[in-house]
Structure formats: structure tokens, C-alpha cells
Ligand binder design. Structure first.
Ligand code: SIN
Length: 527
């Protein structure tokens, strides 16, 4: 069946929902999201949203902190624009009902995180993302020009290139995972808001949905992608056999938490003057190094010297989750390890979310706007989500529908129902394990080359499987995950230096001239 809307949004995190609310002022919006509407990385964001909101802060300081952490690859004009527009968006979220924490005088209570020289993180306890997601979803549900399809995963984007025209996008094939029907959605503008790709790694702070779908789909229709070697590893994810993916927010260190080894000794003073509050890439590498040196399973984040009532009130969710696993955070240090957290690269866009393919937009973690450069400053991501969602929502008003007269319905050809699902499970696991070992926090030419050989073989197998059997959510995600892994490997091979989040033993120094790693499909059949 074919559906026609003005704007198709794929993904329902902060960027997708913010876009939908603003674009609905001038068009009909359909949001397709692959699981439940709140199965998003936004919903898991603990720290908050960074913006210049404090009396002692300035745009110049926020810009300087972002550029410093971004290690030479931020686009200054994008950073300045985002920082200047940020405070108005935080206030708009508060007006929409987001219950940011406030001090007794009614001012926003601002947290601090690694790499920030000021307190500038607006938050709601330790579940800021959940609170923003709640408010945005409530507003979307009340809007009569926005329709939301949950349990709908995009299979591929529709491109005029397949009909002999220029590379222009006019919607997507979308699988209804409940019925198995692949629907054709035709849209004037298609907006990728699919989040990141943390699931490419076996250890990640991300939800299961983070399989890089937007990056993979955009690449397949010829959009430029960039800087995919810059996967950010969060230094502190809870280390416990029953604690899958549970983040221990950087805000704990912002409130005085200290990193220690198993014997109680501190170590961050050996790595950076900001010690436990150093930028994330530095802290993650330091922990990785200490774990490799000692053979220990984890390091520890110590909050026991702080006022227990304050810790429980400021971080109720983290305290409760740790307590359920037998850790009283006011009495014992929390065992932590690094894990894949945020994709700093993505689909290349300009300041209004336009990709290099006409009528295709990318916002939020899916995009590479130039804000984050080689390493993202903590809590700049929710900020990027709202700023670029608004700009893209204004830009799409001018998009003109470019579509063929007849759009081919999805065809399964001779595909049958899969009788070999074990292939999906094994390949999924293998990719995530070797990506952790070979494309992790510390890389080398040899490791990257091993990964390259493996991903080529696996992608051949996955592609055969993809065309032989009817599509389902698992194979769609695996195909995307494998392509994004391939693109990360290819990007890492090209960067012959250590910069920001990309650290390689073979090229420990930075090159004099910083440059982006850009890739796009130039020839051959779609991967
Ligand atoms: C955190 O709370 O540590 C995560 C914040 C972020 O990734 O920006």
C-alpha cells in the first residue's frame, strides 16, 4: 500500500519529535519508529542538555570548550550558531513542560560534566532524556497533523536515481513488523532521525535500536557520510554481570565523584590536569590503559566522600539501580568500565539538516553537522538535536516533491521465509565482538586490517541472506549494522594520525592539517 505525506520522519528521539512538532505547522508529518516510541537513546540520556544559562557563563566559553574537545575538526560557524541558539530551545522545552531541576530561587540548577569549564547542563535528576521524551511524546500525541507508526522499521529510502533521475529522495519502504507488510511512504522531505550506532560494539551504553540505520540507508542512496571513525566511548558504564548497558552519568564526576583503582588509588592525575573531569576520550583511554596494565575487570567511581542524602536525591535512578544489584553508592565505590556511547560522525549535513541528496535530511546523532568534530563535548547532543530539528523543520517547507509517476511497490521476488535465522544471530555477535577488539579505544593498522578482512566476508554472507529471504527487522538491522561497521573500518584505515576519539598505536601524533574523512558510494550496485 502507498501512503503520501509531506514529511516522513524516521525515528522518535529528541530530534525526530522536535522536528515533527515544528514541521507540523506547515505540513502533515508521519513518524515511523521501529519499536515503541520511547525506545530511543534520548530516553536513556542521563546527564542533560548543555547551554549557556548560568550567570557566570558566556557563549565564548561554551564555544571554546566545544572546540577544544572537538580537537580541530569542529566547524566553528556551526558551533557558534548552535551555542547561540541553544538557550532559547532549553527555555522552550521548559515551557512545554519539561521539569528541569531548579534551585530554591527558581533558577535552573546546572550540572557540570567532563570538558566543561562552567556549570551549564540543564537536567532533571539523572533521567533528563526520559523527561524530555515524555514531554515531546505528549505534545506529538496531542497534534492532529502528526501520525506516529510504532513497530515500523525503514527498509530502504526511495531514490529517483532508481528511476533514471538525479539522486533525490522521495520517501521510504517501511516494514510493519507486526503484519509483515512493506508499505511505500512517499514524502516531499524524508528526515533521518534514527540515532547512533553503538550496537556495532559488544559493550555499549546504547539501547538495542542503535544499529546505524539512517547512516546505512543514506549511504546506500549516495549521500555523503563523514568521520565515522570517531565513536565516543563513555568512560563509566556499570560493570556487573546483570547490568546490561547501564550508564553511570558523567554528572556524578561533575558533583565530585572520583575515579579510583581497585586498591583505592587515584590515577587520573597521571593523564590530565582536569583529572576525573577530563574530556571523555582522555578518561576512557586512561581507564583502558589501567585495565590493560593491571588485568583488572573494572575501575571504580567513588561517591562515598559526598553527602549521602545529596547523592541519593541528585541521582535517584542510578542509586536505585546500583542498590538493586547490591551496591550502596553512598557506602561503596561503583565498578565501572568504558563502552561505546555516541557516534560523532554520520550523514553529512549543512546548518539546516540538508544532506548531499536532495530532499533527504538528517538530524540528531545520525547527522554529522560539524558540531562535535573529533570528540563530542558532554551533553551537547540533546542540544544539537533540538537546534537542528528546528532548522530542518523550517527548511523542509521549501522542499518540492520529486517523484516518479508510478512508484514500484516493494517486491520480495522469490524470497522465502528464513529457515536459517542462526546466521543472523552469529554474524551479529561476531561483528560486535571483533569491532570491540579491533576498532575499540586503542587501534593499530594490524587490528584494523583484521577487522576489514572479517567484515568483507560477513557482508557477503549477510547480503546473500538478505536477498534470499523475506525481510524482517533482524536482517534489516544486521545489514545496516554490517555496513556501518564496514564504513567505520574504512574511515579508520584512512586516518593516519591520532586525533580526538581515534587513537592508533601506529600514528600516535596529530597531523598539522585537520581534515574530515568523507565517504560516499560512487559506483556499483547498492551495498
Ligand atoms: C552522561 O550522563 O554521562 C551522558 C551525557 C552525554 O553523553 O552527553
Amino acid at each position: 500500500m502507498t501512503y503520501e505525506v509531506d514529511y516522513l520522519v524516521i525515528g522518535s528521539g529528541v530530534a525526530g519529535l522536535s522536528f515533527a512538532l515544528r514541521a507540523a505547522e506547515h505540513g502533515r508529518v508521519l513518524i515511523a519508529t521501529k519499536k515503541c516510541p520511547d525506545d530511543t537513546a534520548t530516553n536513556w540520556a542521563q546527564g542533560g542538555i548543555a547551554a549557556v544559562l548560568g550567570d557566570d557563563d558566556s557563549f565564548e566559553d561554551h564555544v571554546a570548550d566545544t572546540l577544544k574537545v572537538g580537537d580541530g575538526l569542529c566547524r566553528r560557524e556551526i558551533v557558534e550558531m548552535t551555542v547561540r541558539e541553544g538557550p532559547a530551545h532549553v527555555r522552550a522545552l521548559a515551557e512545554m513542560g519539561v521539569a528541569f531541576a531548579r534551585s530554591e530561587d527558581g533558577k535552573l540548577d546546572l550540572g557540570r560534566e567532563g570538558g566543561h569549564t562552567r556549570r551549564r547542563v540543564a537536567h532533571y535528576k539523572d533521567v533528563t532524556g526520559r523527561e524530555i521524551q515524555r514531554a515531546l511524546l505528549a505534545a506529538v500525541a496531542a497534534h492532529d497533523r502528526i501520525e506516529l507508526w510504532d513497530q515500523h522499521i525503514a527498509v530502504d529510502l526511495l531514490s529517483m536515481a532508481k528511476y533514471g533521475g538525479e539522486a533525490a529522495c522521495f520517501g521510504a519502504y517501511v516494514l510493519d513488523t507486526a503484519s509483515g507488510e512493506v508499505k511505500t511512504v512517499v514524502a516531499r522531505a524524508t528526515v533521518l532521525a534514527t540515532g547512533g550506532a553503538g550496537k556495532v560494539y559488544i559493550y555499549t551504553s546504547n539501547p538495542d535500536v542503535a544499529t546505524g540505520d539512517g547512516i546505512a540507508m543514506a549511504y546506500r542512496i549516495g549521500a555523503q557520510v563523514a568521520n565515522l571513525e570517531f565513536m565516543q566511548f563513555h568512560p563509566t558504564v556499570l560493570y556487573h554481570p546483570h547490568a546490561k548497558s547501564f550508564l553511570i552519568s558523567e554528572a556524578l564526576r561533575g558533583e565530585g565523584g572520583v575515579l579510583r583503582l581497585g586498591n583505592g588509588a587515584t590515577f587520573m592525575e597521571n593523564y590530565h590536569p582536569q583529572r576525573s573531569l577530563a574530556p571523555r576520550d582522555v578518561v576512557a583511554r586512561a581507564i583502558d590503559n589501567e585495565l590493560k596494565k593491571s588485568g583488572a575487570d573494572s575501575v571504580y567511581l567513588d561517591m562515598t566522600h559526598l553527602d549521602g542524602d545529596f547523592v541519593r536525591a541528585r541521582f535517584p535512578t542510578i542509586a536505585a539501580r546500583c542498590a538493586a544489584l547490591g551496591i550502596d553508592v553512598t557506602q561503596s565505590p561503583i565498578p565501572v568500565v568504558p563502552a561505546a556511547h555516541y557516534m560523532c560522525g554520520g550523514v553529512v549535513t549543512d546548518a539546516a539538516g540538508h544532506t548531499t541528496v536532495r530532499n533527504l535530511y538528517a538530524i540528531g546523532e545520525t547527522a554529522c553537522t560539524g558540531l562535535h568534530g573529533a570528540c563530542r563535548l558532554a551533553s551537547n547532543s540533546l542540544l544539537e538535536g533540538v537546534v537542528f530539528a528546528a532548522r530542518a523543520a523550517d527548511a523542509v517547507a521549501a522542499a518540492e516533491l520529486l517523484r516518479p509517476a508510478q512508484v514500484a511497490a516493494w517486491s520480495s521476488g522469490d524470497a522465502t521465509d528464513s529457515n536459517d535465522a542462526i546466521v543472523v544471530a552469529l554474524n551479529w555477535d561476531e561483528i560486535r565482538r571483533f569491532m570491540w577488539s579491533y576498532l575499540g579505544i586503542v587501534r593499530s593498522d594490524k587490528r584494523v586490517e583484521r577487522a576489514r578482512r572479517r567484515i568483507e566476508l560477513l557482508r557477503q554472507e549477510i547480503n546473500e541472506y538478505y536477498w534470499d529471504f523475506k525481510v524482517n527487522a533482524d536482517i534489516i538491522e544486521l545489514r545496516n549494522l554490517a555496513l556501518v561497521a564496514h564504513l567505520i573500518i574504512d574511515s579508520a584505515r584512512r586516518r593516519k594520525e591520532s586525533r580526538g576519539l581515534h587513537y592508533t598505536l601506529d600514528y600516535p601524533d596529530k597531523r598539522a592539517e585537520p581534515s574530515d574523512t568523507t565517504l560516499h558510494l560512487t559506483h556499483g550496485p547498492p551495498p
